[in-house]
Design a protein around this ligand. Structure first.
Ligand code: ME8
Length: 635
């Protein structure tokens, strides 16, 4: 692997304020960047704003500002948002930057010299929202699928880029580099698009219609089409063609985008690069949409969720963690505050927060914060050590594969193990009987915590550094490389361990709501079911299970077949489709009615029933509030 890593986000349009979709992409790029920092590699992280085109002029007109005043203001909002989300980018590019404009003109000249640009009259269907011509087959019921508006017929003479010249080369390149566009579903989408003849790309707009853009180097009466301008930011930022940064970082380039802009990035951009004589990027990483319960969130629909408002209420790392844990990279996800609160309370406050806090309390109480040397280790200690060390490679592999939610699940599996190790070892008993054993156990807990904190740093850097601080470590964040993280025994603190306020305070949603709404109606009484005796209740065998496999049942709209570990393996059929993605279920701990008589559903025999509750927001699986061993009895 090369020693450099170059990651980019899309440059966002400045026609509206940033929302959680933009935050997600930028946080993902930040996680990947930070992960490569500790790999360690020399990294470069680029973000910025896209400031030309019809849309921007229309948005500026609405506010009564000039395009320049308008883009300065909104671009500033993006720029000032990122530090508040702990995004550590290296450069913020604006397409109105002079050096970017010069690079666009240089590349246009090169492509023209190559013979790939021609002038022609064109009549087509143009969507103002997308700023592009549509072919009939791309429209849905005659309307733009994104904006649900009928495109205008526009006839004008324009410059065209011979994209069709590069169709065969691009198909070949994608076939030879299976992870050029990933995940696979988006690679297939691009290949399917390329199976039809590629049309040439209209790359200019006459100034009579649009002045706000970069003037073509070979015709003063035209400005550059916004996409031909915007995509070039990825190389202009590095000082193409002569810049040292370009030479150093471009060969390792990776883009992160959502599926809405797959076509410009998966097709136009590689063809433009090829024509200009620049090597293609390494990877195009494509994620799905964050939706709200009522559908896609978008600026044009006006139903966006503001990142800063969420951060103010729930804290930055709860927000970052939720976005990264609840979206399977590549698939769509539904955003709800309820789900965010559930994650915060269960994973952060209970599992991680309590683990850190109880460990620090024990170190204080038994050793006044000054950990002694550990004594000889036993099998259970070795087992914990093995899990913690194995986690490092598993985690790295999952991040390389963009399975960010799985990397977090893997960390949480080890968090669960440490919590169980503490319960099992009962240091409070050892404190009275065996101080040497106590020291060994506490040292194993601290070493595992050191590894957990270091691996969490790319995801929730602020909290990870606080944990490192509380553990009394001299190093923080990027100071720990993956190699160093692997060195067991480094965790002996150099300073006295400090007990600090809770890392992730629980959100008591109902309490909060009641406080802010004194006249809120009383909670509905539970609907009356017949009373049962305690003996009857005891007949139900309720167990903690962990989902190992999840697979949709073909032909069924609702059912998913699950393999669940409850100390033994159970096959259970559950109506979870549409509420949970199969991949998301794997690793989840659930409550299972384990002694229900088997039933056959869609030909599959089901041995038990999962507990779940539903309300207006959807169906929610009931889960233990801290990781619990599979098979544990629920009482
Ligand atoms: O397309 N869910 O800018 P843009 C997830 N200027 N991500 C979302 C999202 C959602 N609901 N909504 C937006 C442009 N995004 C061009 C890019 S690049 C050379 C030019 C994120 O402001 C996601 O990353 O419309 C998506 O690709 C991007 O914002 C679109 O941002």
């Amino acid at each position: 692997m090369s020693k450099q890593f170059y990651i980019t986000t899309p440059i966002y349009y400045v026609n509206a304020e940033p929302h959680i979709g933009h935050a997600y992409t930028t946080i993902v790029a930040d996680v990947l960047n930070r992960f490569h920092m500790i790999s360690p590699m020399e990294t470069f992280f680029l973000t910025g704003t896209d400031e030309h085109g019809d849309k921007i002029v229309a948005a500026a007109e609405e506010t009564g500002q000039s395009p320049k005043e308008y883009v300065d203001r909104i671009s500033g909002m993006f720029k000032s948002l990122w530090p508040k989300l702990n995004i550590s980018y290296d450069q913020f590019i604006r397409t109105t930057d002079l050096h970017h404009q010069e690079t666009v003109r240089l590349i246009l000249s090169r492509v023209k010299e190559k013979g790939d640009i021609y002038f022609s009259e064109y009549e087509g269907l143009y969507c103002l929202g997308c700023e592009r011509f549509y072919t009939d087959r791309e429209l849905v019921d005659g309307k733009c699928p994104d904006h649900q508006t009928e495109p205008e017929v526009i006839k004008e003479a324009n410059y065209f880029f011979r994209m069709s010249n590069y169709q065969d080369w691009l198909i070949e390149h994608i076939n030879q580099h299976p992870d050029f566009i990933r995940p696979e579903r988006y690679r297939n989408e691009v290949l399917s698009f390329l199976s039809e003849p590629l049309e040439d790309l209209c790359i200019s707009r006459p100034k009579s219609r649009l002045k706000w853009g970069i003037t073509l180097p070979f015709d003063d009466d035209f400005v550059t089409y916004v996409w031909f301008d915007a995509l070039i930011n990825y190389v202009s930022a590095l000082g193409y063609p002569e810049g040292d940064q370009f030479r150093k970082f471009w060969p390792s380039a990776q883009h992160v985008i959502a599926k809405d802009i797959l076509k410009p990035h998966g097709i136009y951009w590689p063809c433009m690069l090829k024509s200009a004589g620049i090597e293609p990027y390494q990877h195009l990483n494509v994620h799905g949409y964050w939706n709200l319960s009522q559908g896609k969130m978008s600026k044009s629909l006006g139903n966006v969720v503001s990142p800063l408002e969420l951060v103010d209420v729930y804290g930055l790392d709860a927000f970052r963690y939720f976005l990264l844990r609840d979206m399977v990279f590549g698939l769509d996800s539904s955003f709800s505050e309820e789900a965010l609160v559930a994650r915060l309370n269960a994973d952060l406050a209970n599992d991680l927060g309590n683990l850190v806090s109880r460990s620090l309390t024990m170190a204080q109480k038994y050793f006044e914060g000054d950990l002694p040397e550990p004594g000889p280790s036993r099998e259970a200690d070795e087992e914990l050590k093995r899990s913690a060390l194995e986690l490092i490679d598993i985690y790295a592999g999952l991040i390389e594969d963009l399975a960010l939610h799985k990397a977090l699940m893997a960390i949480w599996e080890v968090i669960g193990k440490v919590n169980r190790y503490i319960d099992y070892m009962a240091p409070w008993v050892l404190a009275k009987s065996d101080r040497e054993r106590l020291a060994t156990v506490i040292c194993h807990i601290f070493e595992t915590l050191r590894i957990i904190a270091a691996l969490l740093w790319p995801f929730i850097p602020g909290s990870a550094e606080k944990i490192q601080e509380q553990l009394g470590l001299s190093k923080k964040g990027t100071d720990f490389t993956l190699e160093e993280i692997k060195r067991w025994g480094m965790g002996r603190p150099v300073r006295t361990i400090t007990k600090a306020p809770a890392l992730f305070p629980r959100i008591e949603k109902e309490k909060k709501e009641q406080q802010s709404k004194p006249s809120a109606p009383k909670k509905k009484k539970a609907p009356g079911l017949p009373l049962i005796s305690f003996e009857d209740f005891q007949k139900i065998d309720l167990r903690i299970g962990r989902i190992r496999e999840a697979e949709a049942i073909p032909g069924s709209k609702k059912l998913i077949k699950l393999k669940i570990d409850i100390g033994e393996e159970r096959t259970v059929v559950a109506g979870l489709k549409g509420h949970y993605a199969e991949e998301d279920l794997i690793g989840t701990e659930i409550l299972l009615v384990a002694n229900l008589a088997p039933v056959k559903l869609m030909g599959v025999e089901s041995h038990g029933m999962l507990l779940a509750a539903s309300d207006e927001a959807g169906l929610h699986l009931l889960v233990p509030d801290a990781s619990t061993a599979p098979g544990s009895r629920v009482k």
